[in-house]
Design a protein around this ligand. Structure first.
Ligand code: ADP
Ligand code: MG
Ligand code: ZN
Length: 479
């Protein structure tokens, strides 16, 4: 029998607010264990939470970008459970009236577009971290992450393949990063997904029993886990068994999942309205404001780069993959008006230097004016392309001023044709073998002569001038 895979995702995104959701502790990743804590986020009795407005702001932005309805009157609820990384023994979350509902996100796989429904987005607090210490065979707890704000984005069970899941996660990540609501660093766990998987006979409309794999933070692992887990469920069904609803743990090294515990239901958590926090009322004005300030999202940017700047689809998607790079491209283009040249510099030199030096997009600190200046220097014939690359590297590494740098280093192209002519004469007389080769029809020798001339002139000659003069001289010699 053929089976249909069904997947639904609960994606957790850590918000890039400066402080935590209910106290003023920093949200900064890492730090000495238990230094980013206070009585509120470490769950001391008698303390009261104060909601960080920025969290609501980010939730509204995320909801609008995913086509959700914003719940004008929404509330927090307590989700009770005991776990050593959660000292209060409850998590403040939203169950009954989440801030966003009924959204949708468009994805595309192999040229086919479809919508993935967003059931809801709610705000909640993160828990701490348990660190197992193999030396002393004990488990330590770090509360620094306790109270870091999260959005949980719950999809409908609309995915029908692992490819669709990866397309959605990629889009969601890109969107959240452009909105500035999260850095979505997978390796730091600031974006992670609970993956719910079931299978049903092809053509059926009744979903099968699902299993869930929690806290997955790599697209590759998610992709593999879906392939593996759906196959495992099919095998269970084919053997006449039943799939148990349970939480399973994915082991990426073993390429296998293992049962962890039977699945709990919402009732198990004894949710109840959070008594220490007021309901949140979101005004029309707030929403209108958020809409007005919504940045252009990557998909719209890509379409515009193609139609407005004539970039290829590939170039547009590379440039927009990280918002810092897209902004650098746009700002430099706005100054010099030469999108294709900016694009070449960014995709060639900038990306090469970033990968050579292990620089992340968010660490870039390049003045777009400097990129525009380099392009001007090349276009006006003051420097050639290779020198342009050298100048850009100096901008990247030492933040030099391109115009001054070119002047100080004497990198201007020579506009003294007689010097070029003299040099070519010299090169020709020093390389009789090349002339012999040219006479014998070996055209490659010409490139060698050009190279020698450029070398003698320290790369500062205009290659067109060199070629033109050399051609004239050779025409005479070879006549
Ligand atoms: P819970 O609150 O118990 O985790 P939900 O009904 O809220 O359960 O669903 C959680 C996630 O599981 C959602 O993303 C949903 O799309 C997904 N899901 C629900 N049923 C299935 C199913 N049969 N197969 C795959 N995913 C499912
Ligand atoms: Mg769940
Ligand atoms: Zn705190």
């Amino acid at each position: 029998m053929n089976y249909q895979i069904v997947v639904g995702l609960e994606v957790h995104v850590e918000l890039s607010t400066k402080s935590k959701i209910f106290c003023s502790c920093t949200t900064e990743f890492g730090g000495e264990p238990n230094t980013h804590v206070c009585p509120v986020c470490s769950g001391m009795p008698g303390v009261l939470p104060v909601l960080n407005k920025k969290v609501v702001d980010f939730a509204v932005r995320a909801g609008l970008a995913t086509n959700c309805e914003i719940t004008r009157f929404n509330k927090f609820d307590r989700k009770n459970y005991f776990y050593p990384d959660l000292p209060k023994a409850y998590q403040v979350s939203q169950l009954y009236l989440p801030i966003c509902r009924n959204g949708k996100v468009e994805i595309e796989v192999d040229g086919v577009k479809k919508y993935i429904g967003i059931h809801e987005i709610h705000m909640e607090e993160d828990a701490g971290k348990l660190v197992h210490d193999p030396w002393d065979d004990c488990t330590l707890v770090d509360y620094n992450r306790c109270g870091v704000p999260l959005l949980e984005i719950v999809s409908e069970p609309d995915f029908r393949s692992a490819e669709e899941v990866v397309a959605y996660l990629t889009k969601l990540r890109e969107t959240m990063m452009y909105l500035g609501v999260s850095d979505c660093k997978m390796q730091e766990g600031s974006m992670r997904a609970d993956v719910n998987i079931s299978v049903m006979p092809m053509g059926s409309t009744k979903f099968g029993t699902r299993t869930e794999m929690k806290n997955m933070n790599s697209f590759k692992a998610i992709y593999r886990a879906i392939k593996y887990e759906s196959k495992r469920q099919i095998e269970v069904l084919e053997a006449g068994g039943v799939v148990t609803q349970e939480t399973r743990r994915w082991d990426d090294n073993k390429d296998a999942s293992f049962a962890m515990r039977s699945k709990e239901n919402a009732q198990d958590y004894r949710y109840f309205p959070e008594p220490d926090l007021l309901p949140i009322e979101i005004s029309e004005e707030w929403i209108e404001d958020a809409k007005r300030n919504m940045p252009e999202l990557p998909e719209a940017k890509r379409a515009r780069y193609i139609s407005e700047f004539g970039l290829s689809e590939y170039d547009a998607s590379v440039i927009t993959a990280e918002r810092q790079i897209a902004y650098l491209f746009e700002d430099a283009t706005a100054i010099c008006g030469k999108p294709k040249e900016v694009c070449n510099l960014v995709m060639g030199e900038l990306m090469r230097l970033m990968s050579d030096t292990g620089t992340l997009a968010e660490e870039l600190d390049i003045d777009p004016k400097k990129i525009a200046d380099i392009i001007e220097l090349i276009d006006s014939g003051k420097i050639n392309r290779n020198v342009g690359k050298e100048v850009f590297e100096a901008v990247f590494k030492e933040n030099v001023d391109p115009v001054k740098y070119v002047e100080e280093k004497g990198l201007m192209m020579l506009d003294d044709d007689s010097l070029v002519e003299d040099t070519i004469d010299e090169v020709i007389s020093n390389n009789p073998k090349s002339i012999e080769d040219l006479k014998a029809g070996k055209d490659k020798a010409k490139g060698f002569l050009v190279g020698q001339t450029m070398k003698a002139l320290k790369g500062k000659a205009n290659p067109q001038t060199v070629n033109k003069i050399l051609n004239e001289k050779l025409a005479k010699i070879l006549k």
